[in-house]
Design a protein around this ligand. Structure first.
Ligand SMILES: [Zn+2]
Length: 378
């Protein structure tokens, strides 16, 4: 373990304002694993997520090596950070990184990886593991009818088993934290029938434009698109392909809203991906306005608590760092190093108005927490 000099600097800077029970630990880099470290820091400071993992660890401590998976490794890592005697320092997330590489060959090389792809992979993997566990404990519970006391259910929809042959989806705590629902409305321009189709998401990927803001990106995300020519819509009522208007709205907003800015764009003429360094303003407080009118949390309000930043000018090389808000202080995590930064520094990660700029540190994944107390209780 390396003793981070930056750690003691934070302790000095915060003095007796150092939040009680909190730990600011850097993460060792095992050769281009900054994509993983930056996402881990953002998730560690996502408190509902951290709490669930700490609970999970304390309930499953006795799990043997053979049953090791990404969830147990992550729960172990978070517990390790949380139970440090020291307030600051550096931790090596070795077992977790090894598990990631074992599980997914995409992340096995020492090449530069995409932090958003990693976040996606991780959350989906955790969902899979939790769903399997919920199914297994259900099967156990149905065998021994009275034997399920004291067993906490991870699922909340499928306790009574299949009804009329359809199994309701298992809602894990990962869903409860990150999942929202989009509704995709398509209106046939001939008969005006509206077809609505819902889909769930764990994060939203947004197209970006130069000199824009998250609010305008979200507005564009929900803007009306016309389906015509080659791209007509099959209307069930007209029983034929018709021109249609399509729009996507947020039907239920998640507790934690993860927004991915599509900064890596495939440029046909170049035959490769290019990084868009566009300036996209992300506010500390965000109002989600592209919700459906009948959404229970229309005009959902959010506060920014973490940003994964891509550093560098191209998609195939570079570095990831993260900005995290903890107990009203902003922290800057760069692998082993942790620093306190002023809130005003956050805006230096918006992007650049010119294509070639010395500043290549750009907000890439934004994490917002709902300020609605109703959303916190579930
Ligand atoms: Zn129609």
């Amino acid at each position: 373990m390396i003793m981070g000099a930056s750690g003691s600097k934070i302790e000095k800077a915060l003095g007796d304002q150092f939040p009680e029970g909190e730990h600011y630990f850097g993460l060792e880099n095992f050769g281009n694993t900054c994509y993983c470290n930056s996402v881990l820091q953002a998730l560690y400071f996502c408190l509902p997520f951290r709490d669930q993992l700490l609970d999970y660890y304390s309930q499953n401590k006795s799990v043997g090596e053979s049953e090791e998976n990404l969830l147990t490794c992550l729960a172990e890592l978070f517990t390790q950070i949380n139970s440090q005697k020291k307030k600051t320092g550096v931790i090596a997330p070795k077992r977790f990184v090894q598990r990631v590489k074992k599980q997914n060959e995409l992340f096995r090389s020492y090449m530069h990886q995409d932090a958003h792809e990693f976040l996606n992979f991780l959350l989906n993997e955790l969902v899979d593991i939790l769903e399997k566990e919920a199914k297994a404990s259900e099967a156990k519970a149905s065998k021994t009818v009275s034997g399920n006391q004291g067993q906490e259910k991870v699922s909340n929809g499928s306790i009574n088993g299949p009804v009329n042959g359809t199994t309701p989806p298992i809602v894990t705590w990962v869903h409860k934290i990150f999942q929202g629902t989009l509704t995709n409305e398509t209106k046939c321009l001939r008969c005006e029938t509206i077809t609505a189709r819902d889909e769930t998401f764990l994060d939203l990927s947004l197209d970006i434009e130069q000199n824009s803001s998250i609010t305008s990106c979200l507005r564009n995300f929900s803007s009306t698109e016309t389906l015509n020519a080659e791209d007509k819509f099959f209307c069930d009522k007209c029983c034929s392909l018709q021109e249609a208007q399509k729009r996507m709205k947020v039907k239920s907003a998640p507790r934690i809203l993860a927004l991915h800015l599509k900064r890596f764009k495939y440029i046909e003429q170049l035959g490769r991906y290019k990084k868009l360094s566009y300036r996209v303003v992300f506010p500390l407080e965000l109002k989600l306005c592209n919700t459906t009118d009948d959404a229970p949390n229309a005009e959902a309000e959010y506060s920014l608590f973490a940003v994964v930043v891509h550093v560098g000018s191209g998609p195939n090389h570079g570095h990831y760092v993260s900005l995290v808000k903890s107990h009203n202080h902003w922290l800057f995590f760069d692998d082993e190093n942790v620093e306190i930064i002023d809130e005003s520094v956050v805006q230096t990660f918006f992007g650049s108005t010119q294509e070639y700029s010395n500043n290549t540190d750009h907000g890439y994944i934004l994490f917002y927490e709902s300020s609605d107390p109703k959303a916190q209780t579930d």
